[in-house]
Ligand binder design. Structure first.
Ligand code: AN7
Length: 343
């Protein structure tokens, strides 16, 4: 085999693949780790961006979905509740595997690109008149009534696949970062990264472990508050989650890593989102920018190595991109009109 063959092949020794016959892959993983020159200068640190929006369906969810769909042995239908990216990934990998896919999404609160993906990949898209937390509960309940396999991160195969993000960071840097900054919604990914870092550490691949810094949107920050949020609200719809499924594991992660989970406001998220595009040329989605908003808000130790996980692609959410940017100007098609505008 030549080139990159996807996570299950490339990191095979790190998984239990005994019951696997055919790997379902779209060659996910191996995403760029870009040095953030201006952010590093601004924070007097060595800051890197893990660009997960470059995965096949445009988010980190592909790492978990290659595993979950590969291991959905015997299933004919998979289901998930989603704020948009899990559904896009599930729809894509289900199509590859020849499975039916049902997705439950909160009506009106899924970014347009994500909704389009689930539809184009051929999933049955059901818009719930409720929020993500209700969608996830209903998806779980449906598995009691119908022969369907759930592929949310409560499915342990998802976390297993997602731990590879940490492997790739260590493989590129040659060490673990001092700080891993990551957006937190359902809290599966922070749990997965920690598993990846600890497995590499105990295997001698990295001498140190990072502090795990998770960031929730202020309007959807149950872990920061210490209680579920019944009506979460944030412009970062990907992390508009009020009762995270991996809440307890996430608390263990911040305890073990001497890390923390804190809140950033929508304004801070959008500032970071625009800063990343204009200064680092990385167009991520708003939820992803929570990681950078967090280090800008709280600072980092001078000289430290910091990796921000940019979980999803900016193209997923064209509405937010347009509504937070200056509108294009309409100009008469003459040289005079253009000169008048530009001089
Ligand atoms: C871009 O797609 O929960 O803390 O249903 O799409 O592991 O949940 C998405 C979550 C961060 C939070 N960034 O990760 C879903 C969903 C982006 C995301 C998160 C999500 P978790």
């Amino acid at each position: 085999m030549i080139g990159w063959n996807g996570l299950l092949v490339e990191y095979a020794p790190w998984f239990d693949l005994d019951d696997v016959h055919d790997v379902v892959t779209l060659q996910e993983g191996n995403t760029p780790l870009i040095h953030a020159d201006r952010l590093s200068e601004r924070l007097e640190a060595d800051v890197w961006l893990k660009c997960e929006g470059l995965n096949p369906s445009g988010s980190f969810k592909d790492r978990g979905m290659t595993m979950a769909i590969t291991k959905a042995n015997g299933a004919t239908t998979v289901i998930c509740g989603s704020t948009g990216n899990t559904s896009a990934a599930a729809a894509a990998y289900a199509a590859k595997a020849g499975l039916d896919c049902v997705v439950l999404v909160p009506q009106g609160k899924v970014a347009l690109g994500k909704l389009a993906q689930s539809m184009v990949y051929g999933a049955k898209v059901l818009q719930i008149q409720g929020n993500f937390d209700q969608a996830l509960n209903l998806a779980r309940e449906l598995t009691q009534h119908l022969p369907i396999t759930i592929v949310n991160s409560i499915n342990p195969d998802r976390i297993e696949g997602q731990k590879t993000g940490a492997f790739e960071i260590v493989d590129v840097l040659g060490k673990a970062p001092d700080i891993l900054a990551i957006p937190v919604g359902n809290a599966g990914n922070i749990t997965a990264y920690w598993r990846g870092f600890t497995q590499y550490h105990f295997a001698g691949r990295a001498t140190t472990l990072p502090k795990m810094w998770g960031f929730q949107a202020a309007g959807a920050a149950p872990i920061v508050l210490g209680y579920p949020v019944e009506n979460p609200e944030t412009i970062a719809t990907a992390i508009r989650i009020g009762n995270p499924a991996s809440w307890v594991p996430a608390l263990e992660v911040i305890h073990e890593s001497l890390g923390d989970i804190r809140a950033v406001t929508d304004e801070e998220i959008i500032d970071a989102y625009q800063y990343l595009a204009r200064n680092e040329s990385v167009f991520c989605e708003p939820a992803s920018a929570a990681s950078v908003a967090g280090i800008l808000k709280f600072g980092v130790p001078q000289g430290s190595t910091v990796v921000c996980v940019l979980t999803g692609n900016g193209l997923k959410d064209p509405d937010t991109a347009v509504s937070t940017s200056e509108s294009p100007t309409v100009v008469e098609a003459t040289i005079e009109a253009l000169l008048a505008k530009l001089s």
